[in-house]
Write a new protein. Structure first.
Length: 311
């Protein structure tokens, strides 16, 4: 029997990719809240009414107030308060309307800064890095609520920790994008304008794991079929690359042979972070399929084809 699945944030980067998979699937009846102009989930009564009227059975939540590293310093109160209120409303309204599963993507920045490899058992074992502290803290709230709601109300949810995502439909504005998207824009502009160098924030040494967005979307779709419970696990490859390594891969795709100038006055953030994906692979019986080279190639090709709409 088909269920009514609601996708929240379908106008965002991850949401658009989840939407494309849901639309192709005939298993469920698909509803969407594109953004706050459709339904503001910060308004509890409005959100509650929407869930009741549409008899929503499962929810994939891709809504978030988020940006690149500069956002973490510029909008500290907003990042904490807006995302935390989203978490509270999502759990309460879902439980109160008998939703059977709430699925949330969680950024790996919520893990403690002291670890290089993130394992689920270490999630609460230390402080979040200052550059992402408030956003990461709000994401920890999702995980805490997931456990508490299952223990008190037997309400089921899946909080899935993902590495930094990239791919087609990403944000390519310098302030909002993560490092990979920003590098694509910078290198594209340098190639287009015959500029021999681009500037990279920090030392170029921080190591990050990158998850192709369509793999991230697939993991959320697969979570729809999980058994009742509080599910908390990582999704990723477990393989990290330095900022300079990623920059070189992008430069090769653009056939740009310029220079990278490092602005070491800017922060690096956490020096290394990648997830241990073993538990997630076991729970989903699946692992991401797209390599970093394949993903960058597809992303750059999409960027070039859609340049007029991006820049």
């Amino acid at each position: 029997m088909s269920k009514n699945v609601l996708l929240i944030g379908s106008d965002g980067f991850l949401g658009k990719n989840v939407k494309s998979i849901l639309k192709e699937s005939k298993k469920n009846n698909f509803f969407e809240i594109r953004n706050s102009e459709d339904i503001d989930i910060l308004d509890y009564d409005l959100f509650f009414k929407y869930l009741i009227e549409n008899d929503i059975n499962k929810i994939i939540n891709c809504a978030a107030f988020v940006g690149g590293i500069s956002y973490g310093y510029k909008y500290q109160a907003d990042l904490l308060s807006i995302n935390s209120q989203m978490a509270i409303n999502l759990y309460k309204a879902s439980k109160d309307t008998n939703v059977s599963m709430l699925i949330n993507p969680i950024s790996n920045c919520a893990y403690p800064e002291k670890y290089k490899e993130y394992e689920e058992s270490k999630f609460w074992d230390g402080k979040i890095h200052e550059s992402v502290f408030n956003y990461g803290l709000s994401k920890r709230l999702f995980v805490g609520l997931g456990e508490a709601y299952y223990k008190q109300f037997n309400f089921s949810s899946s909080n899935i920790v993902m590495s930094n995502m990239y791919g087609p439909l990403d944000h390519f504005e310098i302030e909002r994008s993560h490092a990979l998207g920003a590098l694509i824009l910078k290198i594209h502009n340098a190639k287009k304008n015959n500029i021999g160098f681009i500037e990279i924030w920090g030392t170029g040494k921080p190591i990050r794991e990158w998850l192709y967005v369509q793999d991230g979307a697939e993991s959320l779709i697969r979570a729809l079929d999980l058994e009742p419970g509080h599910h908390f696990f990582n999704v990723g490859s477990g393989q990290g690359y330095s900022v300079i390594e990623v920059a070189n891969k992008i430069a090769r795709e653009f056939e740009w042979d310029g220079e990278f100038k490092l602005d070491t006055s800017k922060p690096d953030g956490v020096l290394e972070k990648k997830v241990n994906p073993k538990l997630g692979e076991t729970i989903l019986n699946w692992s991401p399929k797209t390599t970093i080279d394949e993903g960058i190639k597809q992303t750059v090709e999409w960027f070039i084809e859609n340049e007029k709409n991006i820049t």
